[in-house]
Design a protein around this ligand. Structure first.
Ligand code: ATP
Ligand code: MG
Length: 569
């Protein structure tokens, strides 16, 4: 591609609205344009990367036995009512009416339709296992579209669905898909962590996420340095530090004027957070639930939501808490019987806690469970954090922030039972097919790649997903000998099979061209200039290297191959 002919123009200034590096750099590099909140046009530089990512995904999913299909985004609401997921997706799903006033949706995912496809095509165990996939546009009315392609309302996903005879067969497929995913991200040049994940409302047994470490990520992952454990914090179960224990004291009411929070308690009493209990009140599908947890640990709302099996969970307001008999600022499980009470196991790790008393300006000391209060259920609903112990080996866990780029998931028989997805087994009996599902956010992978690979000058593409491999720059291109040599080099590199972006612009300075090359971040830059021509050399520089080198013009092709190979290692 000749830059003089190319659609996209780079911006000199950072766009104001960009929140993260990928968003900022993709707009500056002319890769995409916003059409509406969370909705973008992909211009050539973005599309070429997306197509390279898709090609790698196709090869690996085909190698795992996948058959590609393409399902519609536009779907009748009825099938979503049948699965009950119109309610589960709620406002995240786009709805519309057709001219006959029939309600339709624009699909956020495709379990319903793929199950209908498998149901009408599979008869017996001989047709199984089956692995179907598509690379297609998804629509989700995200409450907070964010950071360009990281969280869009229209985005590209690779979604795959497997159908097996039983759980054991599903396990084989599931493990094969995990390997395919590892291959995909390795071949893209993108280090990812494979972590245990929450499997959500319909969740089957196993679920793993592929997380790309990046500071701007929304996910927190707990990783054991010995390599024997990695889990999303929504799922992680870690070993917490014991709080100091002492002989059980007598439950005593304290005057605590002005003390409203755990921080106030800690400051006024000179104790550690781990010597306090906090009681947090939630509205769970409109019922008030009280959660008691050790003061140094935060409640994890995903774990709590799964435990309660509710659709909506939020912190209750002070008024809601009061009407449920609680005293905000001194909420306490002590003496409370009228509402649902959940306890985290941490309330048993330590004793003689300071806790609320459900009375203004008062707290209790020497609070001990179960001597002084009851809960209905004890279940782990705390948030794991760095420094907690690994559940497998006890080593201190590290905390890593990252971006979820892929998710694999054992679904079980929920959809096949709903849509009559039975097959005949070898004894002639009908059984529901057992499903798995596997997603990769293709457009999110591109944004995440840039989050992970950039510096203050611009993008640092991993070679396999760069829109072009080589950035050929002609300096003083208005000089006859330069343009002739550069044209020749361009033709030579294309003939060798490289994707080349050729900055053939007349009248742009070396500074402008080099800044653009750094901004676009293609792996290898080749410079043709009057001075190099005189010396019979070309200048070659890897985007990731500090220095450029000069090679004899005749050795250019070997030098480019070597530079790209360095990037791929
Ligand atoms: P998230 O928790 O980030 O909202 P999710 O768990 O809802 O994602 P899945 O339903 O598991 O997403 O979708 C599969 C993959 O699609 C995700 O792993 C992610 O890479 C991608 N994805 C999901 N939502 C978006 C979005 N709004 N924009 C871009 N990619 C997305
Ligand atoms: Mg997910």
């Amino acid at each position: 591609m000749r830059v003089s002919r190319s659609l996209a123009k780079t911006l000199r200034q950072d766009p104001g609205e960009a929140e993260t590096a990928s968003h900022r750099l993709m707009l500056r590099a002319g890769m995409m344009m916003q059409v509406g909140a969370g909705v973008y046009s992909y211009l050539p530089l973005a599309l070429q990367s997306i197509q390279k990512i898709e090609a790698i995904i196709r090869e690996e999913i085909n190698a795992a036995g996948g058959q590609e299909v393409l399902m519609p985004a536009l779907q009748p609401l009825e099938i979503w009512k049948q699965s009950g997921r119109d309610v589960a997706f709620g406002d995240n799903m786009f709805h519309l009416f057709d001219r006959r006033e029939r309600e339709m949706v624009i699909a956020p995912t495709h379990e319903e339709v793929i199950t209908l496809i498998a149901t009408s095509n599979v008869e017996s165990y001989r047709d199984l296992p089956l692995l179907l996939y598509q690379i297609q546009t998804k629509f989700r009315d995200e409450p907070r579209p964010r950071a360009g392609l990281l969280r869009g309302r229209e985005f590209t996903m690779k979604d795959a669905y497997s159908f097996d005879t039983d759980e054991e067969a599903l396990d084989v497929t599931y493990q094969r898909m995990r390997i395919a995913y590892r291959n995909i991200f390795r071949r893209c040049g993108l280090p990812t962590l494979e972590v245990e994940a929450d499997s959500g409302a319909i969740g089957g047994k196993d679920s793993h996420e592929f997380i790309m470490p990046a500071d701007s990520g929304e996910d927190t992952v707990l990783v054991c340095p010995t390599g024997d454990y990695a889990a999303n914090s929504e799922r992680a179960i870690s070993v917490i530090f014991p709080a100091p224990e002492s002989p059980e004291g007598e439950l005593t009411l304290l005057e605590t004027p002005g003390v409203k929070t755990i921080a106030d308690l800690v400051a006024s009493m000179g104790i550690s957070e781990a010597q306090t209990l906090k009681a947090v009140f939630y509205a769970a599908d409109n019922a008030i639930v009280l959660v008691t947890i050790r003061g140094d640990i935060d409640v994890n709302e995903v774990k709590l939501k799964n435990l309660l099996g509710v659709r909506d969970l939020r912190l209750a307001t002070a008024d809601e808490a009061r009407s449920a008999g609680l005293t905000p600022g001194s909420t306490s499980p002590i003496g409370l019987t009228s509402i649902k009470r959940i306890g985290d196991p941490s309330i048993e790790q330590g004793n003689n806690f300071v806790a609320g008393a459900n009375q203004d300006n008062k707290h209790y000391k020497n609070v001990n469970y179960p001597r002084d209060f009851e809960v209905d259920t004890i279940a782990p609903i705390g948030t794991s954090k760095a420094g907690d112990g690994c559940p497998n080996c006890g080593a201190f866990l590290d905390e890593v922030r990252g971006i979820e780029v892929g998710h694999v998931f054992k679904l079980g028989t929920f959809f096949t039972r709903t849509f009559g997805g039975d097959y005949l087994d070898d004894e002639g009996k009908l059984n529901p097919m057992v499903m798995g599902c596997y997603g990769i956010g293709v457009t999110r992978v591109l944004a995440a790649a840039i989050e992970q690979n950039h510096d203050d000058k611009g993008i640092l593409y991993p070679a396999p997903i760069a829109p072009f491999q080589v950035h050929l720059v002609a300096l003083n291109a208005d000089k006859e000998e330069v343009s002739a040599a550069a044209d020749e080099t361009y033709a030579q590199l294309l003939a060798l099979g490289y994707d080349v972006l050729f900055d053939d612009r007349l009248g742009e300075s070396a500074g402008v061209k080099f800044n653009d090359a750094d901004l676009l971040g293609l792996p290898v830059r080749v410079v043709i200039s009057p001075r190099n021509l005189k010396n019979g050399v070309v200048e070659i520089k890897r985007r990731r290297a500090a220095e450029s080198t000069q090679v004899p013009a005749a050795e250019l092709s070997a030098a480019v191959a070597e530079a790209l190979a360095k990037d791929e290692n």
